[in-house]
Write a protein that binds this ligand. Structure first.
Ligand code: FPP
Ligand code: MG
Length: 298
């Protein structure tokens, strides 16, 4: 069912009439297309749903092109990122092309869909900015982390579900909550995998978030649990490349203080809530999508 979305994106790219954009698009690995999958599962495969899914995936791809520049990340989905294979200017400008073409097409779909998606992109940008601001020092504030991922990641997934529900006249509120929970859990799991998995599995360096200054949920819980010199040691390691012995120490302390378990439980709870909502709405496929998110990591 995703082939129609791939064809639609291809059509939008071809429509640009620009060989350079076509070449760059071919270099982009697709990813899991979670947002498109959600939209088609909720709204079916009619043209407005396919177009919305294609546009959301183009906006998402644009945000990752920019994110890899901001994060100085040189690997994306196991392949050199566009900023690594070309340079920052190419990644930023191709991101702008995808993003603006997406918006140009969005205005013709439906006024409410355009409002829902464009509002989410504002929130996504505010969230990315917060991610950068929070990384300036060790962030021990769980609420600040949750607000940031709510904007950075959950906003577009929530908007995908809500826009899809709107297209077929389903109850927007239920799908919105489902999408938000999924988005929050998705980012929590992504952040957890950065700690628990190795570089080969991740397709990018392991424990990179903390070196970048990002204190994700397990670091926040570990910081809360540590006392005295250990607490200071953790805070002092923030924001610079980790030595192997520091990496090992962090992992051991996270195990000892159940920081991974606590974070995982929090993500699981959000997923369970999302599953329950969809069970009530009789949406079995959406239950399965939520469940697959837990399986992805644990
Ligand atoms: C990945 O986070 C980043 C996002 C989910 C959002 C990025 C948003 C922007 C750059 C602003 C919006 C810009 C446009 C053009 C729409 P991460 O770094 O935690 O995840 P990662 O491990 O996959 O890199
Ligand atoms: Mg990143």
């Amino acid at each position: 069912m995703l082939e129609a979305v791939e064809r639609q994106i291809q059509h939008y790219i071809t429509d640009l009439g620009d060989p350079d954009a076509r070449m760059l698009y071919r270099r982009l690995p697709h990813g899991k297309r979670l947002r498109a999958r959600l939209i088609l599962t909720i709204a079916g495969t009619g043209l407005p749903a396919v177009k919305t899914a294609a546009i959301v995936e183009m906006i998402h791809a644009a945000s990752l092109l920019h994110d890899d520049v901001l994060d100085e990340a040189y690997v994306r989905r196991g392949r050199p990122s566009i900023n690594a294979a070309f340079d920052n200017k190419t990644a930023i400008m191709f991101g702008d092309v995808l993003y603006s073409k997406g918006f140009h097409e969005l205005v013709d779909i439906d006024r409410d869909v355009a409002r829902i998606i464009s509002d989410a992109v504002v929130r996504l940008s505010l969230g990315e900015r917060q991610d950068i601001v929070l990384a300036e020092r060790f962030n021990a504030d769980r609420t600040a982390y949750l607000n940031m991922i709510d904007q950075k990641t959950a906003a577009l997934i929530q908007a995908s579900a809500e826009a899809a529900a709107h297209l077929v006249g389903k109850d927007r509120r239920i799908y919105r909550t489902y999408g938000r929970n999924l988005g929050l859990a998705f980012q929590m799991i992504d952040d957890l995998l950065d700690v628990t998995e190795d570089a080969a599995t991740l397709g990018k360096p392991a424990m990179h978030d903390f070196a970048e200054g990002k204190t994700t949920l397990p670091y926040i819980y570990l910081h809360e649990a540590l006392k005295g010199a250990d607490k200071q040691r953790l805070a002092a390691l923030h924001g610079r490349p980790l030595q192997p012995e520091d990496e090992a120490w962090i992992r051991t302390e996270m195990d000892r203080h159940h920081a991974i378990e606590r974070s995982r439980d929090e993500a699981k709870e959000l997923i369970e809530e999302a599953i329950a909502l969809m069970a009530d709405a009789g949406e079995t496929s959406l239950e399965a999508i939520a469940r697959s998110m837990i399986e992805r990591s644990f």
